[in-house]
Design a protein around this ligand. Structure first.
Ligand code: PMP
Length: 405
């Protein structure tokens, strides 16, 4: 076997992708699994977007593009960001990548090295700490627990900043909790950040269009435009337009950083697919009613799931304001004995129990840096939701029935 690099030996696979892979293997072995693992819309990509891709192929738009992306897509992103966030943004401030994930990777690969610290509030999307670690940097995890509504407080932010801090990662609406910050909360965080001009802000807004109450999630760059000169906004078309497989994301920030990331992209992927980029232009510039329709559907699923899971003894469920995940606390199940005689010691044990007893696949909270919780994605069909939640209620009930025997 070829000797692997130490940094790859040390790397964990993405927990949500690993969970999805396990579901696929169990299904291949004949089990029927109610799958709540993966954060990807089950809806089809809207037809006008698919048509734009077909036209691109027919028109010979099938070659390498510039490494930063096509001018048409960079301009469409700049227009969207200027329109929605009120930022003075030009195409030169935009770089396109193969998904938001690649741009998060490229941003850290461009700026993080040994002795660099990156503040990551927990619960966090699984990949940030691992990507930072892969560059030799140190993720500094700051827990934002349920009492703070899973949000980073200004005091916790200030306490975590050191001279070695290079980035603060903000992700709102958040994966896995669905929470997002109010304008006042962002203003308070911005107040701290103004005192530390060496700290840059990565604002991952991939779920920006998916919200279920009131106003959309505000961005720190609209609330504090003076911080835009040290912010990198990350977003993409995967979640809002059901385009996860097309692999198009974008990053918006100061030109020197965008240029450095583009140089790295020119030595890795060269560019994202020309066809996917043409489709993404149609997504951003086209009719936006598909987002409203998707949001209405997710809202129904969210409400139904909350209603059903509230009946599960030992689960503490909150309705998320955005994204498409539920992150119930399972503290009430820890220490319980399963009908098979196993004591549940962690959220990983709870997730395995639900898989065995309820045929329900979820991801354990330990993957997101805050336990004991489990994550359910509700970007899945209503039938799966109905059956899956009924099974979870029964399986949780069995833990309590067992206790009184
Ligand atoms: N950021 C967050 C918070 C995510 O949840 C995801 C996808 N699960 C991504 C980034 C990556 O999205 P993509 O690469 O599909 O654009």
């Amino acid at each position: 076997m070829l000797k692997l690099a130490e940094r790859v030996i040390m790397l964990k696979p993405s927990a949500s992708i690993a969970a999805k892979k396990m579901v696929t293997e169990l299904e291949a072995a004949g089990r029927t699994i109610l799958d709540f693992t993966i954060g990807e819309p089950d809806l089809p990509t809207p037809p006008h977007i698919v048509e734009a891709a077909i036209s691109a192929m027919r028109n010979g738009d099938t070659h390498y593009t510039a490494s930063a992306g096509t001018p048409a897509l960079r301009e469409a992103v700049a227009r969207k960001v200027a329109r929605e966030k009120g930022l003075a943004c030009k195409a030169e401030n935009v770089v396109i990548g193969c998904g938001a994930k690649q741009l998060i990777y490229e941003a850290f690969a461009t700026t993080v090295e040994a002795s660099v610290e990156v503040i990551v509030p927990a619960p966090y999307w699984v990949s940030y700490p691992d990507i930072v670690g892969l560059q030799g940097g140190r993720p500094v995890i700051v827990t934002a627990d349920a009492e703070d509504d899973f949000k980073l407080t200004p005091a916790a932010l200030e306490a975590a900043i050191t001279p070695a801090t290079r980035w603060l990662v903000l992700n709102a609406p958040n994966n896995p909790t669905g929470v997002f910050y109010s304008r006042e909360e962002l203003t308070a965080l911005a107040g701290v950040l103004r005192r530390y001009p060496h700290v840059w802000i990565m604002t991952d807004e991939i779920y920006e269009n998916l919200f279920y109450e009131g106003e959309r999630s505000p961005s720190i760059v609209e609330v504090a435009p003076d911080l835009a000169e040290r912010s990198l906004l990350i977003s993409g078309v995967s979640k809002a337009y059901a385009m996860t497989g097309w692999r198009v994301g974008y990053a918006v920030g100061p030109k020197p950083l965008i240029d450095a990331m583009t140089k790295l992209l020119s030595q890795s992927t060269t560019c994202p697919s020309s066809i996917s980029q043409a489709a993404a232009v149609a997504a951003l510039d086209g009719d936006q009613s598909c987002i409203d329709e998707a949001t209405a559907l997710y809202r129904k699923r969210r409400d139904r799931m909350v209603e059903l899971l509230k009946q599960a003894p030992g689960l503490e469920v909150r309705a998320p304001s955005g994204a498409f995940y539920l992150y119930p606390c399972v503290a009430g199940l820890i220490g319980k004995t399963t009908p098979a005689g196993k004591v549940l010691k962690s959220d990983t044990d709870v997730a395995l129990y639900l898989l065995e007893a309820a045929n329900v696949a979820v991801v354990d909270g330990s993957a997101y840096g805050l336990s004991p919780y489990i994550r359910f994605s509700f970007a899945t069909g209503m039938e799966t939701i109905e059956q899956g939640c009924v099974n979870v209620v029964t399986a949780c009930g069995a833990l309590f029935a067992n206790e009184t025997r």
